[in-house]
Design a binder for this molecule. Structure first.
Ligand SMILES: Nc1ncnc2c1ncn2[C@@H]1O[C@H](COP(=O)(O)OP(=O)(O)O)[C@@H](O)[C@H]1O
Ligand SMILES: CC(=O)N[C@@H](CCC(=O)OP(=O)(O)O)C(=O)O
Length: 264
């Protein structure tokens, strides 16, 4: 089976022009088929505030009312997605900006209201419903899809979906056709034992150690859903999951020793 990298770029790197430029240069030179996934939660929050819409995050997810949906559609699907594509084109990487609505790649449904009403937040239907045929045809043409953190409900509504979830869903769906590595790249060296100490990288993380570190509070906030997505992806056929520094993407994508390798 051919190898394919699904690489998610973290919000703090997107927000740092120098780091982003270096990441895109490195990403463009990663050989073989690849997919880029981005969020941009931080930038959406800033624009939201400028427009007088106060961001509201619950359990790491954005409560997405109709006005917020307009903002995230503009920021993720427009501003960020199109600029990333333009910057990749400038580096000789032929890419195509997509949301989950385009080519019906990622069908989703509005998250049902239980204790919390998340508004227009989308839960992906299932990896089996991802339009893998379309993605495989892009890979054949050496076109790199760049996904924004947006899906759709098939009834005319865009939905806001966490970018880590988009990345794991695409990785699982593509695992039937490719040997997939899922890379969560961000601004730190990997999953750290002490979040303030970049030298404390955990090189290898398995579920029991994860449970222990979670209990101790060493792993928290955005890293929790990221790791839950990572383990779920491995359970559903993704070959490798690595969490590491965006500045080390070439080493990680090349199978070298950097970041945190997640295994079952
Ligand atoms: N043990 C840990 N090691 C590294 N980062 C951690 C750890 N625990 C929590 N984090 C936090 O997780 C964040 C990354 O997740 P998230 O906020 O969802 O950002 P993104 O997915 O955009 O990179 C880091 O910026 C860091 O603050
Ligand atoms: C539903 C939900 O919370 N969606 C996220 C999508 C963006 C995202 O995931 O951005 P980062 O990867 O930069 O965190 C949000 O709007 O913040």
């Amino acid at each position: 089976m051919q190898k394919l990298n699904v690489i998610k770029i973290g919000g703090n790197v997107l927000d740092n022009p120098a780091q982003l430029e270096q990441f895109l240069t490195d990403f463009a030179s990663v050989p073989g088929p690849k997919v880029l996934v981005h969020g941009g939660g931080k930038i959406a929050s800033e624009l939201s505030k400028q427009l007088g819409i106060e961001p509201n995050m619950v359990n790491g997810r954005r409560i997405t009312d109709a006005d917020t949906l307009r903002v995230v559609t503009m920021v993720y699907g427009g501003l960020l997605n199109k600029n990333l594509v333009a910057q990749l084109q400038a580096r000789g990487c032929n890419s195509l900006g997509l949301t989950g609505a385009d080519a019906n790649v990622i069908p989703a449904h509005k998250r049902p209201v239980k204790d919390i009403d998340y508004g227009f937040v989308g839960d992906v239907e299932s990896p089996e419903q991802v339009n893998v045929t379309f993605l495989a045809s892009l890979a054949e043409q050496c076109i790199v899809p760049v996904f924004a953190a947006l899906t759709h409900d098939g009834k005319g509504n865009m939905l806001n979906t966490n970018a880590d979830t988009i990345a794991s869903t695409l990785a699982v769906a593509l695992s039937g056709h490719f040997e997939v590595s899922l890379v969560y790249s961000f601004e730190k060296k990997g999953v750290l034992l002490d979040v303030e100490d970049e030298t404390s990288v955990i090189h290898h993380l398995q579920p029991p150690y994860y449970a222990e570190l979670k209990e101790q509070g060493a792993i928290f906030a955005g890293m929790l859903p990221k790791l839950d997505n990572a383990f779920a992806a491995l359970e559903q056929g993704v070959k490798a999951v690595i969490i590491g520094d965006a500045a080390e993407i070439q080493i990680i994508a090349g199978g070298g020793k950097a970041g945190t390798r997640i295994t079952l």
